[in-house]
Write a protein of this length. Structure first.
Length: 80
C-alpha cells in the first residue's frame, strides 16, 4: 500500500520495499517452508499475508527488519 511493495519467489524468497522499489530488503524465511509461494497481499503498513502450498502465512508488524511468522497448516490451497 502506498510506496510499499512485496515480491515472492521460489527458494523461499520474500522481498519488501518501503520506498516504491528504490531499495529492497530480503526477509528471511525458514528453510523448512515449502517453496511454492502462490500469492501475497499487503494488509496494512509493513504487513502482508502470503499463501504457499499447504500453509497460510501471516506476516505481522516487524521489529527491526525481522518479521514474526505465524504459520497455520491448512488442508487446501487458499486463494484470496
Amino acid at each position: 500500500k502506498g510506496k510499499e511493495g512485496w515480491i515472492i519467489g521460489k527458494s523461499n524468497i520474500l522481498l519488501y520495499t518501503a520506498d516504491a522499489g528504490d531499495n529492497w530488503d530480503r526477509i528471511p524465511l525458514s528453510s523448512q517452508l515449502p517453496e511454492d509461494m502462490v500469492f501475497i497481499e499487503a494488509t496494512g503498513e509493513k504487513s502482508a499475508e502470503m499463501v504457499i502450498y499447504e500453509f497460510d502465512i501471516s506476516l505481522s508488524s516487524f521489529k527491526s527488519p525481522l518479521f514474526l511468522l505465524l504459520i497455520n497448516l491448512v488442508t487446501n490451497l487458499t486463494v484470496r
